[in-house]
Ligand binder design. Structure first.
Ligand code: SAH
Ligand code: SF4
Length: 369
């Protein structure tokens, strides 16, 4: 729900401004599923809102719950009305190709969001910021589907609103501990809407999350890292490093051909100067490709070259199979890799992969169930 739409509705209907607070509270704090539940408003008004406004900017296409109850994935179909708005604003500039794509999308784009319970009683929402992704990382299902469009700040924050409603409606216990931008898309390729969404999520009158409970993950776009340091120094940053040699990283992650390890190192140095906050280096474990003792040493060298080693923490992630050619490292190889890092005094954690069963794990979000 975009607050501006409620404000406009109130203006158009000559309604007093204090109604905004009531409606905002009902939607964001009481998590109502429909305007008809807002009993502080007259019946007529509720009916009018029901016809003219929508609380969520998408339809719920499908929800899949893992048997262990620790992860839930939702497939969402964005409203085509949002697409038609973008037709109005950009019609003059549209080339035939783009127009065709917009028309193809009339039915609405599919996006995915995941709710994960890292420990009982806490929930972490993993949200998407784009339909697809243009970065083309070779191990990632989203990368393989290509790029369709950016999501709006409303579509991004509505994923969190949807999960809040879902927990309440299904009487699922627990609180939100984190919101992570680790679904579909590269946040720094849609910074305008992503930064707006961070403002909405941290606005006390709207979602009211603390900045430190938000995390943005990037494939390593250095200009974005610098922007984040300036604009949101309290929001957590994760970098999908995955390879500590330029040769391998460029091969699997085209971003490295633009922002290589040297520029990432300099970007991180600047980030630490401004924020002095811990950064998480994500590292997927690929059998025989980046999981040898030599790879661990190269990773340690990279970390030492950045300096502020106490502010860098490595998360070793199980590779979720998306391609025939790549194989996840075994538990033993992963443990050996961690031991090697620790020998070099690098702190690392082996991350449990949740949601594999419903294809909700990282890198498996590809807009289809
Ligand atoms: N585009 C951003 C955020 C979304 S991807 C980024 O790349 O950081 C979220 C995380 O999932 C990233 O760390 C990404 O590298 C990782 N990932 C992608 N494909 C994966 C796979 N097949 N298995 C495990 N993790 C994967
Ligand atoms: Fe995009 Fe991240 Fe997937 Fe790379 S890993 S293709 S940046 S979503």
């Amino acid at each position: 729900m975009n607050i501006k739409k409620i404000e406009k509705f109130l203006r158009d209907n000559n309604l007093p401004k204090f109604r905004l607070g009531q409606i905002q509270k009902a939607i964001f704090q009481d998590e109502v599923n429909s305007f008809s539940e807002i009993t502080t408003l007259s019946k007529d008004l509720r009916e009018k809102m029901e016809i003219e406004l929508k609380i969520l900017s998408f339809e719920i296409e499908k929800v899949l719950e893992a048997k262990d109850g620790q992860s839930i994935k939702a497939l969402l179909r964005c409203h085509s009305e949002l697409v038609s708005e973008s037709i109005v604003t950009t019609r003059d500039e549209l080339s035939d190709g783009i127009l065709k794509q917009v028309q193809d999308d009339k039915e609405g784009d599919l996006i995915e969001t995941v709710l994960i319970s890292p420990k009982p009683g806490t929930w972490s929402a993993c949200i998407s910021c784009q339909v697809g992704c243009q970065m083309g990382c070779r191990f990632c299902a989203t990368g393989k589907m290509g790029f369709k469009r950016n999501l709006t700040a409303e579509e991004i924050t509505d994923q969190v609103l949807f999960w809040k409603q879902y927990l309440r409606k299904n009487k699922i216990e627990g609180n939100f501990s984190n919101i992570v931008y680790m679904g579909m898309g590269e946040p720094f390729n849609n910074w305008e809407e992503v930064s707006e969404s961070i403002k909405i999520l941290t606005d006390e009158k709207i979602f009211g999350f603390g900045s430190r409970s938000l995390s943005v993950s990037t494939s390593g776009i250095v200009s974005g890292i610098e922007k984040m340091a300036m604009e949101f120094p309290q929001v957590n940053l994760a970098i999908s490093l995955h390879f500590a040699s330029d040769e391998k990283r460029s091969c699997f992650m085209p971003v490295n051909q633009v922002d290589n390890l040297e520029s990432l190192k300099n970007g991180l140095k600047k980030y630490f100067q401004v924020t002095k906050r811990k950064v998480f280096l994500e590292y997927i474990m690929l059998d025989g490709i980046n999981d040898t003792a030599l790879d661990a040493r190269m990773l340690a060298d990279f970390i030492f070259s950045v300096g502020s080693t106490h502010l860098l923490h490595v998360n070793l992630i199980r590779y979720n199979t998306t391609s025939e050619q790549l194989v996840p490292s075994s538990k033993t190889r992963t443990q050996n890799f961690k031991n090697e890092l620790e020998k070099h005094r690098v702190s690392a954690t082996i991350r449990k992969s949740l949601g594999d069963e419903i294809k909700a794990a990282c890198g498996q979000l590809a807009g289809q169930s």
